[in-house]
Design a protein around this ligand. Structure first.
Ligand code: GTP
Ligand code: MG
Length: 263
């Protein structure tokens, strides 16, 4: 593999989507600010009924590097991130981080993710790679996540091991190159969708092992609908991918058929 010299990253936007994360938010923002002091934080709140938006506003008024994007209704993780990407690109950030508010993604590991961006367009904080770890997940969740990633990898033919992971860093140039128009996916599917777009755009994806810690406070928003969405979409993309491969093989075979004897 060849490594190309890449633009240094100086301006970093950390996007933190929130829905009812009042008790988690102050701690996570403080840890991001402590670990990557140069980075700006954008809280993307979908009108949380528990008052997370107000907590975020209080953090923002105490710290000029913390910003809040108030969105009127709960539209899902994907839509919140797309809104955040648009803002980060418009404001000229070099790199954009995706991070959950619930403490699963350790801000202490963000410097190593950012360092890996030196040779990557997309860095994924990966659980299912050597050195990666998941804390406090029941076996059933582990099986679901490993299974979903294996299914994704085999069907889509990607070499990425943890395409559902939500702790990542994109170069701004990568987000522009990937084309975010028409992204409708939510939840895990959003992460797979963007990984696939990055791979198909010929971008370099690097996985850095992380320790993922299950949330201790608050309620998970990931339900069966999110799992179903991922399964349906990956199956559809996989079938399209395999049909495309078959068509191109068939085209090559036809192209190499001997031309009949015209004498
Ligand atoms: N803005 C916004 N944020 C959301 C929405 N749904 C989830 N989030 C946030 O996205 C992050 C991930 O959601 P979680 O509920 O923790 O989902 P998860 O980490 O896949 O699931 P668990 O492991 O069970 O916690 C958290 O910071 C949530 O508050 C939404 O509709 N809008
Ligand atoms: Mg979570």
């Amino acid at each position: 593999m060849t490594t190309t010299q890449r633009e240094p990253v100086t301006r970093v936007a950390v996007l933190i989507p929130t829905y009812n994360e009042r008790d988690n938010l102050p701690g996570i923002v403080a840890r991001v600010r402590a670990n990557v002091p140069a980075a700006d934080v954008f809280v993307l709140d979908d009108g949380s009924p528990d008052g997370t938006g107000q907590v975020a506003d209080d953090l923002a008024s105490a710290d000029p590097q913390v910003h809040v994007v108030h969105r009127s209704a709960k539209e899902g993780l994907g839509k919140a991130y797309l809104a955040g990407f648009a803002i980060a690109l418009e404001r000229g950030y070099d790199a954009v981080v995706e991070m959950d508010a619930d403490g699963s993604h350790l801000p202490e590991q963000l410097p190593s993710l950012l360092a890996a961006l030196g040779e990557a367009d997309l860095v994924i904080g990966a659980r299912w790679v050597k050195g990666g770890e998941v804390r406090n997940w029941p076996v059933r969740r582990k099986v679901l996540s490993v299974g979903a990633n294996l299914y994704t990898k085999v069907l889509l033919g990607m070499s990425v091991n943890d395409a559902t992971a939500g702790y990542r860093v994109y170069r701004a140039s990568a987000l522009r190159a990937m084309g975010l128009q028409g992204v409708e996916s939510q939840g895990y599917c959003f992460q797979i969708d963007l990984t696939l777009r990055a791979v198909r755009a010929g971008l370099t994806v690097v996985e850095v092992p992380i320790t993922f810690v299950e949330r201790e406070v608050g309620v998970s928003k990931m339900g069966q609908d999110i799992v179903r969405e991922a399964l349906t979409s990956v199956t559809r993309w996989g079938v399209e991918h395999r049909v495309g491969q078959l068509r191109s093989v068939a085209g090559r075979v036809r192209g190499s058929e001997p031309v009949g004897d015209r004498s």
